[in-house]
Each structure stands twice: as C-alpha cells, then as structure tokens.
Write a protein of this length. Structure first.
Length: 414
C-alpha cells in the first residue's frame, strides 16, 4: 500500500469513527486540543521559527512572513477559536424537514458529515487548527496538505492535536498531515477520489487553478481577493477614509484586504488627495488611472494589469468613474467574487450596488475586512468560498455538511 493510500485508508476509518461520535465526544476532543495548543505554545513557536528563518533566507516578502508567523497571542487565538466552536450548535443529526406523502411515507432530510475533507493551503499555520476544529465538530476526518513554507509549524500543530485526541481515547487519524510536500504527491492527492469526498484549496490564484485543473475530487474554491471599495459621489469623506485605511492597511497579506479603489468623478478632486495623504503614512503606493494622476501627481500611473491584481502588499489601484453603473461594471469585470464595498449616503445607490455586484460578500459603509467566519458569528472558518455551488462566503460548520433523505414507511410498495 502506497503512502497516500495508507493516509486515505486511515481517513476513511476515522470518518466512520467520527460519524458515530457523540456531541460530547467531539466537544471533549476540541477542548483537549485547545488545552494542548496552549500547553505546547513554546514548542510550536520554536518549530515556527525554523519556517520563518527559511522564509527570510528565501526572500519571502514581509506581508507573507506575517501570515506565516506564530506568536503566543496567535496560538491563544487558535485555542480560543476551538473553544468557540465547542460553543456552537452541532449541526449533525438535525432533521431539516419532514413531510408525509399521500401514500403515507414520511420523507425528511437529515444533516450529515461530508466524510473525508482534503484541504490544500499555503503559509497560514492557523488554518491547521481552524480546519481541524470545524471538521471535527461536523464529524468529518480531514487530510491536510500545507505549503512547504509552513511545514515545521503544521507538523508540530498536528502532532500536538493528535496526541490530545489519543489521550482522550478519540481517533487521532481524524486529522492527518501529508508529510511529503512535493508537487507530484500533491497532484496524486488531488486524484484520491476513492478516499476523499471534497477538496478545498485555500491560497493564491495559482494554487486554486492547479487544484481545479488537476483534481478528480469535487472542489470548493476559496478565494483570492481582489476586493474593491467604491466611493460614491455622496460618500461621507471621513467615513470613506477610515474604511479605506482599515480595509487596506490593517493586514496586507489577507484575502479580504482592499486591493482596488473606485471613486466617482464628482468626489474625486476632494477625496483622492486625502486618500493619498492618509495612505502615505502607511507607505502604501497608489497606482491610479490617468484621471486620478491628474488630480494627484504623487500617484503612480497604473497599467491594465493593476485592475485585476491581488497585491497582498502595500500597493492599491485607483480608478475614477463617471457613474455608479461604470463602477459596478468595472468591479464585476476585475473582481474575484470575494468582497466588495460601497461608501455612500444614497439609499438607492446602496441597494443598486448590493443587487448588482457579483460577490460572496457585499458591504454598504463598512470595511471588507469583516468577511471572516469569526466576524460573521460562525466561529473559525475553513475559508471564503467564491463559487456559487454548495457554499458561498465564509465557510463555517454548515458548509462542511451535506444531507441525506430519511424515509419512514409502514410496508408501502411501489
């Protein structure tokens, strides 16, 4: 039996175990894992330091190193995330509907686990704990394939969680990490449809494209984020500046950060110099179109490529438009279906934007940084789905379940 087949076999056995696990079993496992993360924080940071040193040697940019870095505070947040999942209602076993047919059959739908979930992700070690927590609560086994950049961190986290489960008499194979990080192993993993029920890629555009093109397993795409903020002509200037600063600069290396600004021409002469002044404090480079550069000569001239770029860095594009329709057309053309925002006092324009923008999350007068499972009240999240089938937006517990029909009869035959 090959390495991957052994992983798959263990995952199938774990999924069967998890399908029988009680709500109490699952919550005890989650608490044990949260406690273990806290107790082993120092060794997790030590493992993470090896990854960070390698990242610096390889010239990884600082915003991506930030995504990779583990601190006591971030490990505590991972543990709290697991405890928040404990507090959430267990969706498994819920009977969604039950109807009686004219022949007396009672036909209902019951919520059940997906089975074995595969997750391929890049340099975000916190995803390891989040993915475990959500999958474990929903009775799924999970196989993780993290990026080589975070290998030591992921390995340490998985070992800590497995040991915690083992001590509780629970199935440690409910979480497994692929310890081979080469591309061939990854491609072979994507074709394990006899073992894996769904595959979730979480990372950059290249990773997601590779999974979609190579996988024989059903895929839920999670998003790259070319997120826009549109400043309408009626926008409150102070509000717009605060939202833009937060959406762009709170964290650069995250998918819900604003990468593109769109500004109505009637407000552009007032607000563009103010945007430049505010963002220059954070050393953000603004790449503007011809009209924007005329208004503020401190901007860098944008190229066509800038409109569709997810920078994950201290760079943002800026386009001036004549109408809200032009803004919506521009955003729908270049966005990645993740998160889009309008800043406006005009109710009709806010409703038009909500109705016509094609994205998983659409905001009126708020930062795109709120597109997050925790902020939406889901606890930790498995990712932000930017597709339209099965799940869309932040994926919490319900997104990791499916349903089956349950039918009660008393001897009916057809």
């Amino acid at each position: 039996m090959s390495y991957l087949e052994e992983i798959g076999r263990k995952a199938k056995e774990a999924a069967s175990f998890m399908n029988r696990a009680s709500m109490n079993d699952k919550n005890e496992g989650l608490q044990a894992a949260a406690t273990a993360l806290r107790e082993h924080a120092e060794e997790l940071i030590e493992a993470n330091q090896k990854d960070l040193e390698k990242a610096k040697e390889n010239g990884m940019k600082e915003s991506l190193q930030d995504r990779l870095r583990l601190t006591k505070e971030r490990i505590e947040a991972m543990a709290i995330g697991l405890e928040q999942i404990i507090a959430l209602e267990d969706p498994i076993g819920e009977v969604i509907s039950m109807k009686v047919r004219p022949n007396g059959l009672q036909i209902g739908q019951k919520r059940v686990p997906l089975g074995v979930v595969g997750i391929i992700y890049e340099s975000r070690p916190n995803v390891t704990a989040d993915a475990f927590g959500l999958c474990f609560k929903t009775g799924n086994a999970v196989i993780l394939r993290g990026g080589s950049d975070a290998f030591q961190s992921n390995l340490a986290i998985v070992h800590v969680i497995q040991e915690a489960l083992r001590e509780k008499g629970l199935c440690e194979s409910a979480i497994q990490l692929l310890e081979k990080t080469d591309r061939e192993t990854a491609k072979e993993f994507m074709r394990m449809n006899q073992y894996v029920d769904v595959l979730i890629p979480r990372g950059g555009a290249g990773l997601i494209r590779s999974v979609v093109e190579n996988s024989t397993i059903p895929v839920i795409e999670t998003g790259t984020g070319n997120c826009h903020v549109y400043v309408d002509e009626s926008a409150d200037l102070a509000m717009a500046l605060d939202i833009i600063e937060n959406a762009k600069t709170q964290r650069y290396g995250v998918c819900n950060a604003c990468e593109s600004l769109v500004v109505h021409k009637n407000i552009a002469p007032k607000i563009i110099p103010l945007i430049q002044e505010r963002l220059s404090i954070k050393q953000v480079e603004i790449r503007g179109d011809e009209e924007a550069c005329k208004i503020c000569d401190q901007l860098v001239k944008a190229t066509q490529e800038d409109w569709g770029t997810e920078y994950l860095d201290a760079i943002i594009s800026l386009r001036v438009v004549n109408t809200i329709d032009e803004a919506i057309e521009h955003i729908n053309r270049y966005n990645t279906k993740h998160s889009e925002a309008i800043i406006t006092k005009d109710y009709a324009n806010s409703m038009k934007f909500l109705n016509e923008i094609d994205a998983a999350a659409v905001y009126v007068n708020a930062s795109t940084r709120f597109t997050d499972g925790f902020e939406f009240g889901f606890g930790a999240e498995i990712g932000i789905s930017t597709q339209k089938l099965h799940a869309r937006g932040p994926m919490g517990l319900l997104a990791l379940t499916t349903t089956k029909y349950i039918i009660f009869g008393n001897g009916q035959i057809r």
